[in-house]
Design a protein around this ligand. Structure first.
Ligand SMILES: *[C@@H]1O[C@H](CO)[C@@H](O)[C@H](O)[C@H]1NC(C)=O
Ligand SMILES: *[C@@H]1O[C@H](CO)[C@@H](O)[C@H](O)[C@H]1NC(C)=O
Ligand SMILES: *[C@@H]1O[C@H](CO)[C@@H](O)[C@H](O)[C@H]1NC(C)=O
Length: 829
């Protein structure tokens, strides 16, 4: 150790020594890499040693600090020989001088000689790059002049043999600039001479050579692999300037409208285009845009009526946010998806039934939200209603009556208005308008029958129901409420209300009093039906009341007088043959028909075989010839019976005197008069005259038959019997007590005649024959004669044939009849 420390000190010293005594030191200079065995020099000689003794002195070469024995000494010749490869770069690296310090050691005595071997560099190394290829990434956005330092190449050699420069293979983009570092080492810099475009060329291969200054020159190359990095220098570009699409409305969800596409020349994220709607808020709900594929889809309801077109901005962005924009216009095509809507704008409801045709009762508006043809609407109204639609201003129609409505026929209308558009297929809708017709009092009550007849039997109970009248009024409520009442009038001089009453609500007619057929057989009243409208309407109807007969009157015997005194005596000529008419019982019955059909019977007689009486005629005839033996005085009791149920009857006594002359009858003076009535004499005379006049009358009647007229006769004549008016049944006189027969009554009187066919009838009324009874009584004989004269020639005189089976009786007045026959009797007396 001490030795080695000493050597080191020596080395430092030696450096100075060598520097200062460089001439005196032995130093060899050899190039590196000499072959083994090459002789560097003769060391024996150089140190002045005996070459022969080297061997004995065991000469050898030592190194100070290196175990490697680079050289050795030839002990025979003293030559210094290269023993090991001497690599300067290995020994000294980049040191500028490379000195191997060697020692020659001799023994016996120990001698030590130092010497240096200076190893000279030779160009045995080429410049070398660290790697075979150099990777370089340059953004395409790099500007011209940009510098990109390159790794330097290394050369083990030094000095001139080290790297002296670089050469870049010719290329389009780069030039090379060689720079020298502080330590003198050189490196290259690529300078961008022309901008790169990745999209044009994304990789560039450059060949860089480094060369040294040795001789021969050596060089090393490296491939520079330049990758042009993308700069996001391209914005996405849409395939069209503007996208347009048309889409039918109501397109289902997920319908693809179109696909936008944009391309970006950049790559990687720079070329990744994402699509999006720009500034879309609500429209987003209707369309979606696939950010990757650019598909625009329907995601919401498409309603032309809401929005007929959409305009959207679509952006396409690449990864680093370069964007471009395009407009997308979607026109929505209308589809006839909206039915027309009928709106009732106004309606007069109810309408009075008297509105005239052409009256506007409502306004209708029709709307269709579609467009074009789909919006054209036709409006119609159903058939069979008296209304029509009149187009008015656009989309408006007036509902107008076509005829006057009649509530009583149709009171409610359901008017269906149908609107149809002209789409294909057309859509339609309808609306029903309910319209009522308000009542107007336009219908008078109408009786169900043209006239009514009520039949009532006489002697009815007051208050009994006679009949009912019904009138209908189709109007509404009070306009159709019928109230019945009697129209004021008179029946037989008394107000109708004293006969009948009508129930105002039901129309039931009641008798107010009891009717008497014998007083009047029928009468008419007018019943009015009035509705409750304002003004009221009314109508009236005639109600005829027919009173039917009840057998409530007994036959009345007019002749002979029922008093039955024997003063009323008929003379029977003694010469009378069998079958001669001797007298006649005259009876009347105030009833009618069967109730007045009288039959006569002799219930008792003095000589039952002598006289018979006609069953219905009341004529008393002799049954056989009168003989002398017959009793002069014959009395008959005659019963007169009507045919009613039950029958009523009356009886009378008939006194007959068989004599030719009244004066012959002595008993006549004996006839006792129960009554002192002065008229009795007259009655007897009347009877006589009557019989004698029968024949005369018969002739007159026969003559007058042809001239019978139903004209106003003054008087009627018949010579057969004269019956005083006083014996007229009370019914025949007027009830008002004036003695005047009222003109208004017609009635039939069945007088006693021989048969039904020969009944004479009072066929006409007493209308104009009113004759006061007292006046009748005042008639003078001259009047009477006049009357006879009249009757002879005048056609006005009714003809009367009491005994003929076909007598006719025209225009007679029973009062007059009997009065006339009574008077002559008086005068006769
Ligand atoms: C009108 O329509 C209503 C309700 O739909 C119905 O009750 C009525 O009977 C209809 N009237 C007519 C006249 O059809
Ligand atoms: C009855 O008719 C009148 C018009 O004549 C009318 O004003 C009134 O409203 C009608 N009454 C009813 C209940 O319909
Ligand atoms: C009764 O009706 C008739 C026609 O029907 C008419 O001429 C007459 O004037 C009416 N009488 C009254 C009182 O209304």
């Amino acid at each position: 150790m001490g030795y080695s420390r000493c050597v080191r000190c020596d080395s430092i010293l030696l450096l100075f020594v060598t520097l200062h005594s460089i001439q005196g030191d032995v130093s060899y200079s050899i190039p590196e890499e000499m072959k083994r065995g090459s002789v560097i020099g003769n060391i024996a000689k150089d140190f002045g040693l005996d070459a022969g003794r080297l061997s004995t002195r065991r000469a050898r070469i030592d190194t100070e600090d290196n175990n490697v024995q680079y050289c050795s000494v030839n002990l025979n010749t003293g030559d210094l020989i290269v023993q090991e490869r001497i690599d300067r770069e290995g020994l000294c690296g980049k040191k500028a001088s490379c000195v191997l310090k060697q020692e020659l050691v001799l023994e016996n005595p120990l001698e030590l000689h130092r010497f240096n071997i200076r190893v000279q560099d030779i160009n045995d190394n080429s410049p070398q790059f660290k790697e075979d290829s150099l990777k370089l990434e340059i953004h395409e956005s790099a500007v011209k002049g940009a510098r990109f330092p390159l790794d330097e190449a290394h050369d083990e050699d030094i000095g001139e043999n080290s790297v002296q420069g670089y050469i870049l293979q010719q290329n389009d983009h780069f030039t090379l600039n060689i720079k020298t570092k502080g330590n003198g080492r050189k490196y290259g810099e690529l300078i961008l001479d022309k901008e790169l475009d990745r999209e044009d060329k994304n990789e560039i291969m450059l060949l860089l050579s480094a060369f040294d200054g040795g001789s021969p020159q050596r060089s090393g190359t490296v491939v520079i692999h330049v990758t042009v990095l993308d700069a996001n220098d391209n914005e996405p570009v849409f395939s069209q300037n503007m996208y347009k699409a048309s889409l039918p409305e109501n397109s289902p969800l997920d319908t693809i409208v179109l696909t936008v596409s944009a391309t970006d020349a950049d790559e990687g994220v720079n070329g990744d285009v994402t699509y999006a709607f720009d500034h879309v808020s609500d429209k987003k709900q209707i369309f979606s845009l696939d950010s990757k594929t650019g598909e625009v889809k329907v995601v919401g309801p498409i309603d032309y009526e809401k929005e007929s077109s959409y305009e959207m901005q679509i952006s396409a962005k690449d990864g680093l946010g370069l964007a471009s924009y395009v407009s997308l216009i979607i026109e929505i095509v209308d589809v006839n998806d909206n039915a027309p809507v009928v709106n009732l704008k106004s309606l007069t409801n109810p309408i009075p039934e008297n509105v005239s045709p052409g009256t506007e009762v409502g306004i209708i508006n029709v709307q269709d939200r579609d467009s074009e043809n789909n919006k054209q609407v036709r409006c119609s109204i159903q058939q069979g209603v008296p209304f029509k639609l009149v187009p008015s201003i656009k989309n408006y129609y007036s509902l107008v009556t076509t005829e006057q409505p009649d509530r009583e026929l149709v009171s409610d209308y359901n008017i269906t208005i149908t609107a149809t558009d002209e789409g294909s297929p057309p859509l339609s809708s309808s609306k029903t308008v309910q319209l009522s017709v308000a009542d107007i009092n336009d219908n008078p009550p109408v009786f169900e029958e043209q006239s009514y007849s009520a039949y009532v039997t006489e002697n009815n109970k007051p208050g009994s129901t006679l009949c009912s009248v019904t009138a209908r009024d189709p109007d509404w409520r009070q306009n159709g409420t019928v109230i019945y009442s009697l129209l004021p009038g008179e029946v037989n001089g008394a107000p109708v209300s004293s006969y009948l009453s009508v129930n105002g609500d039901t129309g039931v007619i009641h008798a107010v009093r009891s009717f008497d057929y014998e007083q009047f057989r029928s009468f008419k009243v007018h019943v009015m039906a009035r509705d409750n409208g304002s003004p009221p309407l009314s109508s009236n109807v005639t109600v005829s009341v027919f009173i039917s007969d009840v057998n409530d009157n007994s036959p009345q015997i007019l002749y002979p007088t029922p008093e039955g005194n024997s003063f009323m005596t008929e003379l029977v000529p003694k010469a009378a043959h069998g079958g001669s008419l001797v007298s006649k019982v005259i009876a009347v019955d105030a009833d009618s028909g069967q109730n007045a059909w009288l039959s006569y019977q002799i219930v008792k007689s003095t000589d039952p075989g002598l006289f018979t009486i006609g069953l219905h005629s009341g004529e008393i005839r002799t049954q056989r010839d009168i003989s002398e033996s017959d009793n002069m005085k014959q009395n008959l009791i005659v019963s007169v019976k009507d045919n009613g149920q039950p029958p009523l009857s009356a009886t009378c006594a008939m006194y007959l005197l068989i004599s030719d002359n009244l004066a012959e009858v002595p008993e006549l003076k004996d006839i006792s008069y129960e009554e002192k009535n002065s008229k009795l004499t007259s009655y007897l005379i009347i009877a006589l005259v009557s019989v004698s006049t029968i024949f005369l009358t018969f002739i007159i009647i026969v003559m007058g038959v042809r001239f019978c007229r139903r004209r106003k006769p003054r008087l009627l004549f018949d010579g057969a019997v004269a019956i005083p008016s006083a014996y007229l049944p009370p019914n025949y006189a007027d009830v008002d007590g004036t003695g005047t027969l009222r003109s208004t009554y017609n009635y039939d009187a069945y007088l006693t005649t021989g048969s039904r066919t020969s009944d004479f009838k009072f066929v006409s009324s007493y209308n104009d024959n009113t004759l006061p009874a007292d006046e009748t009584l005042k008639k003078s004989p001259t009047d009477f004669a006049d009357m006879f004269g009249d009757s002879d020639g005048s056609p006005e005189v009714g003809t009367y044939s009491m005994f003929s089976s076909n007598f006719e009786f025209c225009k007679e007045d029973i009062v007059t009849f009997f009065s006339i026959y009574f008077l002559p009797s008086i005068f006769y007396v």
